[in-house]
Write a protein that binds this ligand. Structure first.
Ligand code: ADP
Ligand code: MG
Length: 699
């Protein structure tokens, strides 16, 4: 952006000083002038319109009210001392409350004078109050247009007297110093093609909008900037990796593959499975390392696709591994795969944190001499002492739990060429988000379920109707089916949750006496967990009472009913994953979402999406819209860095696409960003991203 001024520390800005500077850095990460002017308002208040106190109701946003203080009173004692100003706007009264700086406030504000107070009203017993409001006289408000930026703040800042208006004033000061030297960073052709306003104009208007149009243009420009640099980072990463990483060639479709396909395969592959296997096969024969994502809804048959690709690797004289996020899942994959390929004389072994020393030694030696063909396991696989003779293909199941860095550890398993990498995920992610999160991966989609599957019938039931639900479960059990009963378990509330799980377990045993009930939860020892799972998987147990540990991948086709307790406490995507555990055979399956009678309207809407569709993509889109991409962006931070201040990967998906295309164009023309027209761009790109990623460790 500009020169050295933006690196000036804010403690030198008039009115801030070292103490407040420290506070601002701690609370908002603002250290320099540059950080300060990049602290954008999250919303804008129309300064010309005021709320009436008599119209307050429900959950209130930050608002401004015009009126007068009637009285000021100091109430309470010691640490609880507070100043209460009774304020009226002529329609009603409310209380303005201060816990700090009482003396200063009392001296600064007077009864009878017209003020504009700004804050978030809350209601208590029919009375409204604002804690630590900002108070202005008409004249002291900045005269821009009608729009006043509302800056994100923390409570700690507010109690220290730093409000939105104070920040605004400091930002004005910083802007007046920096603004004249804000240089354009984007190449002129790009600016004119996308009709973007200049960086200087955008920076000024985001803080002091001259009109709604200018403000929109400013927001667009700044969002585009953020997303462009993000996409440049992803694209450059992907390109470098592709350029650098040669890969094994697997030209042969050999005996293992053919014997499996002709003699072992228990069913016909779906068209989508065939297509994806073809894509992968072609990719593993280019002489470049494959990095491919296979997306497929729960139950679409990803495991089989992975297995057949592993057979290709083995046919070409290499080994393969399959990495899963949990021990249960790894164990299940191990069993499925062993059963399918044992008749071919393929050696499959399981390695997890709980594998014993002797077995570990055996695995290590068989890996080294090449007699072990497929190794299935958890994170334990990436440990450095796990050395293959030649790892040809690494499959990662349920990618969202592994970051880029972990994938990279797999690549270093071979001293010659890196293995091909296949990532499988059931998390259906909308296209724009996938382009960003998996920007460095090629994508294959299994968009077809095996034939004969009946969509799971999903119902919502109130706790009051529990007996009815139990009767329905009884019917399924009598028909020889199995049932999941799932309880929420969240960290903050672990003790209570565990208690309700255990109570549920006792209750279910009592109601369904005569049937065997198993239980699994995350607090169990792995061996105990496996034993309980095994009871259910082998149908020695009829009912499984569980927490979300069963969420990923577990496959028991005879289980036809799932009851989810306190369904309102689960996220939509999580509910979808859970529901995917039933409906895996040819029998009609059911998922019952149990809730309290009283749930928020928003929650009801969320759950109704579950009852109205079984399409994972629809569920994921809705989830993102309602909840925001929090989790997903969080995941990315473990891989490629994403630090978005103003843009959103979900709500700004159109700008994401524009930015991505622009990044591709720029890099096609100038891969190293060394051409003169990209000099400023390159400079800014380095400033934003160089600190945060060490390429040599990853590629
Ligand atoms: P996911 O994609 O959720 O990992 P799985 O690979 O676990 O799905 O497959 C779900 C179930 O469907 C398994 O029981 C598997 O054996 C079965 N399956 C996979 N492919 C087919 C197919 N083409 N036809 C019939 N059943 C299949
Ligand atoms: Mg799976």
């Amino acid at each position: 952006m500009a020169s050295a001024v933006i690196e000036t520390e804010i403690k030198y800005l008039k009115g801030i000083g070292p103490k407040r500077a420290q506070l601002l850095e701690k609370e908002l990460g603002i250290r320099t002038y540059g950080d300060l002017i990049a602290h954008y308002p999250t919303s804008y208040l129309d300064r010309t319109s005021y709320y009436n106190i008599s119209n307050f109701g429900g959950e209130m946003p930050y608002v401004q009210v015009k009126g007068r203080f009637i009285t000021f009173n100091t109430q309470g004692e010691g640490a609880k001392t507070r100043l209460v100003g009774l304020f009226t706007d002529g329609t009603r009264t409310m209380e303005c409350v201060w816990f700090n700086r009482i003396r200063q406030i009392k001296e600064a504000y007077h009864t009878g004078v017209e003020y504009i107070v700004f804050g978030k009203p809350t209601e208590f017993c029919g009375h409204w109050s604002m804690v630590h409001p900002e108070v202005d006289t008409q004249g002291s408000l900045m005269a821009t247009c009608g729009l006043r930026g509302v800056y994100p703040l923390t409570d700690r800042l507010r109690t220290n007297g730093i409000g939105s208006r104070q920040l605004h004033q400091w930002i004005q000061l910083a802007l007046s110093v920096i603004s004249p030297s804000i240089h354009e960073t984007l190449p002129p052709q790009l600016l004119s093609r996308l009709k973007l306003c200049s960086l200087r104009e955008a920076t000024e208007n985001i803080h002091n909008p001259l009109s709604t149009e200018r403000l929109n243009a400013a927001r667009f420009r700044l969002k585009f900037d953020e997303l462009l640099y993000l996409q440049l980072n992803i694209q450059q990463y992907a390109r470098r990796r592709k350029a650098n990483s040669g890969g094994f060639r697997f030209p042969r479709i050999g005996e293992y593959f053919n014997r499996f396909y002709n003699d072992q395969l228990p069913f016909e592959l779906t068209g989508a499975q065939k297509r994806v296997i073809k894509e992968i096969r072609a990719d593993m024969n280019t002489g470049k390392q494959m990095n491919r994502l296979v997306q497929g809804d729960v139950g679409s048959g990803k495991t089989l696709v992975a297995l057949m690709c592993m057979l290709i690797a083995i046919d070409n004289g290499h080994q393969a591994c399959l990495m899963a996020p949990t021990e249960i899942l790894a164990g299940q994959h191990f069993e499925t795969l062993s059963e399918l390929v044992a008749p071919l004389g393929i050696n499959v072994k399981l390695l997890t944190g709980s594998t014993g020393a002797a077995q570990r030694r055996l695995i290590h030696s068989q890996l080294a001499d090449g007699s072990l063909h497929i190794l299935v396991g958890t994170h334990a696989l990436v440990e450095d002492n796990v050395q293959f003779r030649s790892l040809g293909l690494a499959v990662i199941d349920e990618q969202h739990r592994f970051g880029v860095a972990q994938r990279a550890r797999l690549w270093r398993k071979n001293t010659t060429l890196p293995p091909h990498v296949l990532v499988m995920t059931a998390t259906p992610i909308p296209r724009t988000l996938a382009m960003t999160i998996y920007g460095d991966l090629d994508v294959s989609v299994i968009d077809e379920l095996p034939p004969g599957r009946k969509p799971v019938v999903t119902l919502m039931r109130y706790d009051e109707k529990r007996m009815e639900v139990y009767r329905a479960i009884g019917k399924q059990l009598r028909e020889g089916r199995q049932v999941y009963i799932v309880y929420p378990l969240i960290k903050e509330n672990e003790k209570n949750d565990l208690k309700s799980l255990e109570e549920g377990f006792e209750q279910i045993k009592e109601i369904f006496h005569g049937y065997k009930v198993a239980m699994v939860h995350g607090q169990m020892k792995p061996a105990e967990k496996d034993w309980q799972m095994e009871l259910f998987a082998s149908h020695k147990a009829d009912i499984l009472v569980a927490t979300t540990v069963i969420e990923v991948g577990v496959n028991v086709p005879n289980a036809t009913t799932m009851v989810i307790e306190n369904a309102e406490r689960f996220g939509l995507s999580q509910l979808h994953q859970l529901r995917g555990r039933v409906g895996r055979g040819g029998t009609q399956s059911y998922c019952v979402l149990m809730t309290k009678m009283k749930i928020a309207a928003q929650t009801r809407k969320r759950l109704e999406i579950m009852t109205s569709t079984t399409d994972g993509f629809v569920v994921a889109e809705a989830d993102l819209k309602m909840r925001g991409p929090g989790d997903i962006e969080g995941t990315m931070q473990s891989g490629l860095p994403v630090d978005l201040k103003i843009a959103s990967l979900t709500t700004d998906s159109q700008i994401v696409e524009l930015a991505r295309n622009a990044a591709i164009d720029i890099l096609d023309d100038d891969p190293d960003l060394s051409k003169p027209q990209n000099r400023m761009l390159s400079h800014e790109f380095t400033a934003r991203y160089n600190r945060s990623i060490d390429w040599s460790r990853i590629s």
